[in-house]
Ligand binder design. Structure first.
Ligand SMILES: [Zn+2]
Length: 645
């Protein structure tokens, strides 16, 4: 069988032409913009291709190794062999990391057709499929003698969350290949969920949203409206106190206010973004503009008041949650990597639905400063949380150690809760999908990376674009038309919100979007120049924790100071930034004018204002935040206090 064959997913139904196009991570049936497939956008050498390659060549195998080693894959074998619950390893949601690996492998296969990867994928699928029970239920942690009964702990059990990731893996496989054993397992699981939680079933929801976007995506693949209706039911049930109260309050799992009545994203940040992504999916497929407007409102409020400079979301360690408006302390940033993934999922769905370039702006910020920050250069260590201020030197976890989720202060190989590495893996494998979209009239570029784009507009009008750029190191983006219909069409380019002074073919263009509509001849180029000079950024004064500070950004990249870049005997906490001297590019780094301040004595930390004095001036080198801690333990800060006077 070749991957170009389109296999039936359900009677009379195929995955459409997605298998030919390489699949795509979210495929709404309507909306302002249409996604492209992973074979329609090929990343070429550059910032993102390098990370995607490391993901394929190192991270996928690293994750597979740890799933075996930690026994989480073995849980499926133990289920088949009747060795549960005694042999079970890992947390209640450990099954999901296998599903997310399978999803990553499916996208990767769609992109590359790598047969060695396909063999590894198939071997894992056989073990997972064998553990599915005759009624479609599949979870190694519940329902057997000696285990908790099925669905006896909707608050914390993560059973529907686990099904959600299983279904998303099945969707990825269906879109990139057609039907197979995993797709069948996913459909049986979804049917089971609809049987048990349908209108006449258990009137509950899962403590961790995820089943919602998964069911809508399965509806998009199979055409079976039952999945869409079940997802809509889950979205509408939540917020009516259907889950028990917990120590963090019901807002933790977004069950205190109905989805369509909420004003802002709140509670556990991963839960909040997954739920909102699922609500957008439901709204788009059912034409529910009230629901779409509600999520859009919540997203805008969260971006305006609850998001770190890096795009990170979640400032509370206690419950991994959004804090109140403007509570964004850099040294207490939780900013879980998975919340970054969830934020990209949500912003991408809103972008497809409405075409608002602000969504692509946030995706860019989050990709460069959260998603790119988490993995090490070699793709085998990861940040779970992404602080903006490290006050004490971290410790490097040993390569064979599994660490608690946020306990490590440096990138760690694996976690007891290891949601982030697998979430990164599926994101990197599907990354090309976020670069561009199409509509009836043309192609839109949202993210800038060296890439080759080959797609077709309705009516078979083929369009080819080669994007040549060293972005974000350099701001010049050259788009060469390689194939075009013999009629006018529109090429749309995003101009990021920070890009004051951008030009298109030498003509000034404001932030937002610039559209070029004409009859393009093959070989023609369009050149967008974005000003990626370093710049100082201040926060809204209501972000009290960084008042009187500035950060340095260069294009979409946030910079930081690390102690390893300071001269000997210069403590990071005594460093001040002189804003009167413009920051300068120098050899891939940014150099700023700093001052060293005298620090007060240590007996009592309070006294009259204005006690600080400057000792001397010095130059300070900042490097991209996504590279921090790559050279061993360091203290670090993104926000630098401004020098007095
Ligand atoms: Zn995570």
């Amino acid at each position: 069988m070749t991957i170009d064959e389109v296999l039936p997913i359900a009677p009379g139904r195929t995955a459409g032409d997605w298998t030919r196009r390489g699949g795509t991570p979210a495929a709404p049936s309507r909306g302002r913009l249409r996604p492209l497939g992973l074979r329609e956008v090929t990343l070429l050498p550059g910032f993102w291709q390098r990370r995607q390659d490391v993901n394929r060549s190192a991270s996928l195998a690293h994750i597979e190794h740890w799933l075996e080693r930690a026994g989480w894959l073995g849980n499926f074998d133990a289920a088949v062999e009747g060795r549960l619950p005694g042999a079970r390893r890992g947390r209640e949601f450990a099954d999901t990391e296998t599903y997310k690996l399978l999803e990553a492998m499916a996208w990767e296969f769609g992109r590359t057709g790598d047969l060695e990867l396909e063999a590894r994928y198939s071997a894992i699928v056989r073990r997972v499929a064998a553990a599915q029970e005759p009624d479609g239920y599949l979870n190694t942690n519940f329902g057997r003698p000696g285990q908790q009964p099925r669905y006896s702990d909707l608050e914390w059990g993560h059973e529907l969350y686990s099904f959600g990731h299983l279904i998303q893996a099945g969707v990825a496989r269906a879109r990139t290949f057609g039907t197979d054993e995993l797709v069948e397992v996913a459909i049986r699981a979804a049917d089971h969920v609809c049987d048990v939680f349908g209108p006449d079933g258990i009137a509950g929801v899962c403590g961790h949203p995820e089943i919602e976007p998964a069911l809508v995506e399965l509806y998009r693949v199979t055409g079976d409206r039952r999945y869409l209706e079940q997802a809509a039911l889950f979205v509408d049930r939540r917020g009516h106190r259907v889950l028990a109260d917990i120590e963090f309050g019901r807002s933790y799992f977004q069950d205190e206010v109905p989805v369509r009545a909420a004003e802002v994203l709140r509670g556990h940040a991963v839960r909040a973004t997954y739920l909102a992504a699922g609500a957008v999916d439901v709204a788009v497929e059912t034409g529910d503009t009230e629901l779409l407007d509600a999520v859009t409102r919540q997203w805008r409020a969260a971006v305006a008041r609850r998001t770190y400079l890096t795009g990170g979301m979640g400032s509370r360690h206690q419950d991994e949650a959004f804090g109140p408006d403007f509570v964004l302390p850099p040294d207490r940033a939780y900013s879980e990597t998975c919340a970054g993934v969830g934020s990209v999922m949500l912003a991408w769905r809103l972008l497809l639905a409405q075409g608002d370039p602000r969504c692509a702006d946030l995706i860019e910020r989050t990709l460069f400063n959260v998603i790119a920050t988490s993995p090490s250069d070699d793709g085998t260590r990861f940040f779970y949380t992404n602080t903006l201020h490290q006050r004490v030197l971290g410790t490097e976890p040993a390569a064979d150690t599994q660490v608690p989720r946020a306990a490590s202060t440096l990138r760690a190989p694996w976690f007891e809760v290891s949601c982030c590495p697998t979430n990164l893996a599926r994101t990197f494998a599907g990354l090309a999908a976020y670069v561009a979209t199409s509509d009836d009239d043309g192609v839109q570029l949202h993210q800038y990376a060296a890439a080759r784009i080959r797609t077709a507009l309705p009516g078979g009008r083929a369009i080819g674009l080669d994007v040549d750029t060293a972005y974000p190191a350099d701001g010049r983006i050259t788009v060469r038309v390689t194939e075009a219909p013999d009629a006018p069409w529109t090429l749309t380019l995003r101009v990021p919100h920070w890009a004051d002074g951008a030009t298109l073919d030498g003509v000034a263009v404001p932030p937002g979007q610039v559209r070029v509509r004409r009859r393009f001849a093959p070989g023609e180029t369009v050149v967008l120049d974005l000003p990626v000079r370093p710049r100082l950024t201040a926060a809204d004064p209501r972000v009290d924790s960084v008042r009187g500070c500035a950060a340095v950004e260069r294009g979409p990249v946030v910079y930081c100071v690390e102690s390893v870049d300071l001269p000997p005997h210069v403590p990071l906490e005594a460093l001040r930034l002189d804003p009167s001297i413009a920051p300068e590019d120098r050899d891939g780094a940014v150099v700023v004018a700093g001052r060293l301040a005298s620090l007060p004595g240590n007996e009592w930390p309070y006294g009259p204002p204005g006690r600080e004095t400057d000792v001397r001036a010095l130059e300070v080198t900042l490097r991209p935040y996504h590279d921090w801690a790559a050279r061993g333990p360091s203290t670090m800060r993104v926000w630098l206090p401004l020098a007095a006077g």
